[in-house]
Every structure is written in structure tokens, then in C-alpha cells.
Design a protein around this ligand. Structure first.
Ligand code: S3P
Length: 443
């Protein structure tokens, strides 16, 4: 297991950061490019292991994947004539998105696919995808009657369904719509709360017969056309630096080319509500991207709940860090989904905050954080905790969860004694260059 020690930032953070390509978009463009007959060119892909596994998966199905620039760029030659049954079990690594999207994608194909992941993926609920895919006519099985991986999918011969998922999940929506690309008739998804719209936007980009609006989408059987896609920077990664700049006094950071489309900007709204100083510069409406400029500001508590939660579900660990340095109480509710992410993120976020000296408590569907107030790194003494308006810092176990590791590193920048994160290797899942970006913005 590797460790990272983050010393407190005494001078404020600065500079421009281009975080890695969006993970949600990267998985989807790879899967769609594999279906499109012809050559697609993808740039700005996520360099994390999750997306690397999806690239390997489409290659196992017969797509020709030629990667360059450390995995950031790929030329994909795909199409129905190239694709075949994979010869072996397809391993998604740590990626819940990978396994759920691939389940729907494989259901659209004749033949047998076996999907497995690591120990964390083995505990992720799959009934939410196996149930609608079975309704569409796919033969899908897994442990506990299809509730957990590994999954076995025998696809083909599908009919469209009108699906109203019980949970607001962009992954479920994607799995059903990807299966719908090969189904007879309309395949519709109606969401209880609107989620990120990448699947719909990218289906359109690859020429699928798709219609969509806020909280609904309908797809019909389609042959996809290749596309050239520049993947935007991942807002969930940008959120780490937005919080870092907000809690380290004297900071001024610019985050370049961040995707700001539907379902992904919730962390900006929450941070602004807490008093953060975030401005949007150089917007590119066609790409739905902009630069986020974040300057240090004193934060105060807020409540995050209801329809806002799917928009911030991945950002809650780092928003909880912002809450730990804010004045007053912050609550996160209606977020029971956090318990079935890469770790039980209600438990692991609370454990991380407490390990750093913060006051945080679990709720069945969320957490409550009593903030220590802001302050300038280097002021106060280690061990002062709340009384000093700052947190002492300490050792945090990443619990195998990339977002817990990065949230704790951000917190360490503003703790009197910094932070040491054990199990730092988890970060490779999504953001292998995090440590370099950390050094860059403090120099
Ligand atoms: C994702 C959707 C979200 C998110 C995950 C990526 C996606 O999960 O937490 O990191 O790419 O569709 P759910 O759809 O399960 O909420």
C-alpha cells in the first residue's frame, strides 16, 4: 500500500489546472465508438484505470483500439462487422460505471459476455440493471439471482421497454438506452430525478435515433456513425481543486475546459451557497465547457438534499471537506446511494473527517458536519482543532476509494498538521496525476 503525506499549504494555491478528461464521457465514447462502423477519433480521454478497463473491454469484443499520449487519445475502428463474443471474462477493475454500462451494451449483442470486477465491484448492486435488461429479453444472471457481479449476459433479440427506475441513476439510464440501440420498438427511460445527460448527448453525436429532455429519453434501433470527440475536463475532478482553493487562504486557481452541462454543476451551486468565490470564464457553449476561477473565501454551512443530490453524488466527500472548514453546520441528506459507491461513502467520509479532527456524524441517508471555521494554513497549533478555528490533521485510510483519498488530500492542505493518506494507490482509478497537480498548484 502506498501513502501520500500532504503538508499544509502556507502560501495559498495558484495556477491553471487542466484536470483529466471526464470519466463518464470517456466510458460512453469508447462504447459508442466500438459500435460505430468506421473510425472515431477520441481526444482528452480519462487516463484513470477505470476507463483503461473499458478500452480493454471493447478491444476484447473486437474493436480496434489504438491509444496514444498515455491513453489520452485513441483511434477506434468499430462497427457490427468487427464485433464478436469476447474470448474471456471481461474485467472492469474498480468501475461500477464500467460494469453497468457494459451489461446494457452486451445485452444488445448476440453471444455470451461474462463481466467481473474487483472486490468493491463485487458488492455493488446490479439488480437495477439486470431487472430492466431481463424485461427487454436479455438473459442476465449474476450472484444472488443477478443482484451482484460477476454478471453473465446472453444478449440479442431485445424488445423496447418503458422503464421508470426506482433510483435516480445515470448508469441505469445508460445501460437501458445502450441495450435499446438493438431493441425492437421504442426504449424509454423516465427518471425519478433528472441525472447527468451524457448518454443522450453522445448517442445523438454518434447518430443514434434518440430524443430526450430533462428526466426522460427515448431511443430506437440505430446504426451508429463514427465521431470525433474532444472529451471535456471532468467536473468531479475540478471539484477537488475548487474546494482546495476555497479552504486555503490566499488561493486563486483556474480550472480549464470543465464540462458544465446538465447534472454536473451541482458542486458549484453548493459551494457558492456556502459563500465560495467561483466565476465562470471563457465559456464554450458548443462544448458546454468553461474555465472555473476559484478564489479563497470564508465558507458557511448549508443543506444539501432532494433533487440536488444526484448532481453532487460524487462530490459529497470533498464538499464534506469544505463543510469541515466552514462556519456552522452542513447537512447532506437523501444520499443513501453513497453507501453503495466504491466504498460506503457515508461511513468513509465521516471516518476521514474525524481522523483529521473534524466533527462529523453519520445519518442513515447522509451525514452532518459541524465546521471548524476557516483559517490560514500555518496559523494555530496542531491539536487545536475546532477551538483554533482549524483542524489538526492526521492519518486517513482511503478505504480503497479514490474519491476519499483525494478529498483527504485536499483537507490536508488546510489542516495545521497536514494529512497522511494510506492506500493512496486508489487514486489511479480516476486521477493518476493528482499528486503532480497538487505540487503544481502549491508552487
Ligand atoms: C455515473 C453516474 C453516477 C456516478 C458515477 C458515474 C455515470 O452513478 O456516481 O461516478 O457515468 O453514469 P449513478 O448513476 O449510479 O448514480
Amino acid at each position: 500500500m502506498s501513502e501520500l503525506t500532504v503538508a499544509p499549504a502556507t502560501n495559498g494555491l495558484g495556477g491553471r489546472i487542466l484536470v483529466p478528461g471526464d470519466k463518464s464521457v470517456s466510458h460512453r465514447v469508447l462504447l459508442l465508438a466500438a459500435l460505430a462502423a468506421g473510425t472515431s477519433t477520441l481526444r482528452g480521454l480519462s487516463t484513470g484505470l477505470d476507463v483503461h478497463h473499458t478500452a480493454r473491454a471493447i478491444a476484447a469484443f473486437g474493436a480496434d483500439v489504438s491509444s496514444s499520449d498515455g491513453g489520452r487519445s485513441a483511434v477506434i475502428r468499430g462497427g457490427p462487422d468487427r464485433l464478436h463474443e469476447p474470448q474471456d471474462v471481461v474485467d472492469v477493475g474498480n468501475s461500477g460505471t464500467g460494469i453497468r454500462l457494459l451489461a446494457g451494451w452486451a445485452a444488445a449483442r448476440p453471444g455470451l459476455t461474462v463481466l467481473k470486477g474487483d472486490a468493491s465491484v463485487a458488492c455493488r448492486p446490479m439488480g437495477r440493471v439486470t431487472q430492466p435488461l431481463r424485461e427487454m429479453g436479455a438473459h442476465v444472471d449474476g450472484r444472488h439471482d443477478g443482484a451482484y457481479p460477476p454478471l453473465v449476459v446472453r444478449g440479442g433479440g431485445l424488445v423496447g421497454i418503458d422503464h421508470e427506475p426506482a433510483v435516480a441513476s445515470a448508469q441505469v439510464k445508460a445501460a437501458v438506452l445502450l441495450a435499446g440501440l438493438a431493441a425492437e420498438g421504442d426504449t424509454a427511460v423516465r427518471e425519478p430525478v433528472p441525472t447527468r445527460r451524457h448518454t443522450e448527448e453522445l448517442l445523438e453525436r454518434f447518430g443514434a435515433d434518440v430524443e430526450y429532455g430533462s428526466g426522460w429519453a427515448v431511443v430506437r434501433r440505430s446504426e451508429l456513425q463514427p465521431a470525433d470527440v474532444a472529451v471535456p475536463a471532468d467536473p468531479s475532478h475540478a471539484a477537488f481543486w475548487a474546494v482546495a482553493a476555497s479552504v486555503v487562504a490566499g488561493s486563486d486557481i483556474a480550472l480549464e475546459r470543465v464540462y458544465l452541462g446538465p447534472g454536473r454543476t451541482g458542486f458549484v451551486d453548493v459551494l457558492r451557497r456556502m459563500g465560495a468565490d467561483i466565476t465562470v470564464e471563457d465559456p464554450d457553449p458548443a462544448e458546454r465547457t468553461a474555465t472555473l476561477r476559484v478564489r479563497w473565501a470564508a465558507l458557511h454551512g448549508t443543506d444539501v438534499e432532494g433533487a440536488e443530490v444526484p448532481d453532487v453524488i460524487d462530490e459529497i466527500p470533498v464538499l464534506a471537506v469544505a463543510a469541515a472548514f466552514a462556519e456552522g453546520r452542513t447537512t447532506f441528506g437523501d444520499a443513501g446511494e453513497l453507501r453503495v459507491k466504491e466504498s460506503d461513502r457515508i461511513a468513509t467520509t465521516v471516518a476521514a473527517l474525524r481522523a483529521l479532527g473534524a466533527t462529523a456524524e453519520e445519518r442513515p441517508d447522509g451525514l452532518v458536519v459541524d465546521g471548524a471555521g476557516g483559517g490560514r494554513a500555518g496559523e494555530g497549533r496542531a491539536g487545536e482543532g475546532r477551538a483554533g478555528g482549524r483542524l489538526p490533521g492526521g492519518r486517513v485510510d482511503a478505504a480503497g476509494d479514490h474519491r476519499i483519498a483525494m478529498a483527504a488530500a485536499v483537507a490536508g492542505l488546510a489542516c495545521a498538521g497536514g494529512a497522511t493518506i494510506t492506500g493512496w494507490e486508489a487514486v489511479a482509478t480516476s486521477y493518476p496525476g493528482f499528486e503532480e497537480d497538487l505540487q503544481r498548484c502549491r508552487s
